[in-house]
Every structure is written in structure tokens, then in C-alpha cells.
Design a protein around this ligand. Structure first.
Ligand SMILES: N[C@@H](CCC(=O)N[C@@H](CS)C(=O)NCC(=O)O)C(=O)O
Length: 146
């Protein structure tokens, strides 16, 4: 597997995106502290009182960004791994992974910084293109084995 150039490229971009998700989680925690909006009683008690066990729009925004990552990056981890095994052109495969990675990073930036619409939607849609392409190629390669 480690001799598969495409798989190594997929591993690189996947790891970047997983780190990006960790960063969103860290930012969520920081926003919770700054806005004093905790999800659990014990955290609120430690940080000023039960009244701080509450929701906050900025925290919810971070959580939506994280959830959207899970809806899209997790499928990519499956599709990219299988696609890497189909022996695609390394250049074409890299373009697939790069577009997805850049699209998802822009999606997160647009979400967290509340960039003007439709920046986030465009980033989301562009990142979906390589996923649909990979899904289609996987189906074409595996249809004979249905
Ligand atoms: N679960 C998503 C499905 C569609 C989607 O992922 N849309 C993108 C582009 S508009 C998005 O950023 N949705 C916002 C979100 O999931 O919080 C939703 O409810 O919006």
C-alpha cells in the first residue's frame, strides 16, 4: 500500500483535513470559554455558574461547521481510499484530492468567518465534484461484481 503513489497522496490530503477538523474542535472550545456557553453543567459550574449552561449562536456555528465536515469528510475518507485502489492516473487523482481539500478548507473559513453568501455554498459544491467523480468511477469499476 505504501508503494501506491495515489494512496500516499490520498493519505496526505486526508490527514490535512483531519487536522483541520481538530482545529474546528479547538476553536469551538475557545468560543465556549469566551462566550461562557457550556454544554455541560459541570463545565458551567467551574466557569461561573449554572446560568452559563446555555447555547450561543457562535458556538452553534462552530458546531454546524464541524457537523458539515463530518457529513462530507468522512465519506471522502472511504471514497478516496477505494478510488486509490483503482489504479487511477496519479495526476488526475491528485487533482481530485486537492480540489476537495481546498474546497473544504474554504468551506470552514467561510462558515466560521461568516463570509458573504454564496461563498460557503460554492466551496461546498466544488468539493462535492471530485467526490461524485470518485463515486462514479468506483461504481463503474465494481458494477461487474454486483
Ligand atoms: N446537512 C446540510 C446538507 C447540505 C449542505 O451541506 N449544504 C452546505 C452548503 S449550503 C452547507 O454548508 N450547509 C450548512 C450546514 O450543514 O450547516 C444542510 O443541512 O445544509
Amino acid at each position: 500500500m505504501m508503494e501506491n503513489e495515489v494512496f500516499l497522496s490520498f493519505t496526505f490530503y486526508s490527514t490535512i483535513l483531519i487536522l483541520k477538523m481538530y482545529v474546528v474542535a479547538i476553536i469551538t472550545g475557545q468560543v465556549r470559554l469566551r462566550k461562557k456557553a457550556f454544554a455541560n453543567l459541570e463545565d458551567a459550574l467551574r466557569n461561573g455558574g449554572l446560568q452559563f449552561c446555555r447555547q450561543d449562536p457562535d458556538v452553534e456555528r462552530c458546531r454546524r461547521a464541524h457537523r458539515n465536515d463530518m457529513e462530507n469528510i468522512f465519506p471522502f475518507l472511504f471514497l478516496g481510499a477505494i478510488y486509490s485502489l483503482l489504479d487511477p492516473s496519479p495526476t488526475v487523482a491528485r487533482i481530485h484530492f486537492l480540489i476537495f481539500c481546498v474546497g473544504r478548507i474554504i468551506h470552514t473559513i467561510a462558515y466560521l468567518l461568516q463570509l458573504r453568501a454564496p461563498t460557503r455554498s460554492v466551496a461546498y459544491s466544488v468539493a462535492q465534484l471530485p467526490c461524485f467523480s470518485m463515486a462514479l468511477q468506483i461504481l463503474l469499476a465494481t458494477t461487474p461484481y454486483w
